[in-house]
Design a protein around this ligand. Sequence first.
Ligand code: TYM
Length: 345
Amino acid sequence: MTDAANAGFTPRIFSGIQPSGGLTLGNYLGALKRFVEKQDEGIETIYCLVDMHAITVWQDPAKLRDQTREAAAGFIAAGIDPKRSILFNQSQVPGHAELGWILNCVARLGWMNRMTQFKDKAGKNAEAASLGLYAYPALMAADILLYHATMVPVGEDQKQHVELTRDIAAKFNHDFKVDFFPLPEPVIEGAATRVMSLRDGTKKMSKSDPSDASRINLTDDADAIAQKIRKARTDAEPLPETLAELKDRPEARNLVNIYAALASEAPETVLERFAGHGFGAFKPALAELAVATLSPISTEMKRLMADPAEIDRLLGQGAERADALARPILERTQDIVGMIRSRRG
Ligand code: TYM
């Protein structure tokens, strides 16, 4: 624990992924692979498929259900053990919405107005965006604080939201004169905290990009993965010896970072091996590594997806465990705020 403010709190990890489309290589390297590493470090880990966040933009109901199950299958196939970690979908634990409302009343409009993800997602016509999309970061703060989580592994793009969570927690503690919520730390580690599009090295790889060639999906088969890497945009220069020389070559830098993250190596180590080689040599090596890493995951996902009832059962069990942790924290929050809780049963 690096933050003195969290000295009295048990280290606990919480993170979430929106089931608003298939999982991408960006989700895998920036989040999921690291979720598995944290689980294996023996810290208590809680992972959530945030379906309530997903509906801040339109979701077809049948697809949302499928994508939530597919994401759960992706987590398990990548190595999340539903016995060791708590794995569930957000809407099955009502405390998220309940604490979310209280935190809506703590967060300030000025803070929300600075959130870059809202500006990106709402686009030019912010008046037509849902109220939920605007309040989204306060619900994310509730996700984390509902469990008194102290660490939040995320990709670079979520850093601002975790920092907002700290601000909301600090304001709550200050307003009510308590030391109740920890100030959670964003944990942004590794070579691939921001995986870029394969078609444009200045844009984030995203499940919502209209071009499927821009991303690798966890459900892609070996041929699709190899083809997307072969067609990925690059430049004509050979790979350099140092990372500094990749500064103005976003596409090349992205592929080196992807290689490094897949191999669990430093990008410098990858350059040591490939310096002087062109993409004609590097891309096949990257494709081979990507297929070797991702194919077993997609095969296992398919196997798990064949039994949706079993996935639902596992999510239900995870939700019960999550609820048991969340309930006393929510009730203490309600007491602090001054809400009467006299209902029996
Ligand atoms: P989401 O669903 O957009 O992404 C899930 C996780 O994947 C990471 N990620 C990436 N990392 C590297 N490169 C990329 N191209 C890339 N694309 C996505 C994200 O940083 C994230 O860690 N608001 C969150 C979901 C959320 C959440 C939470 C996260 C809701 N509540 C509480 C942590 C804690 C989101 O939209 O992530």
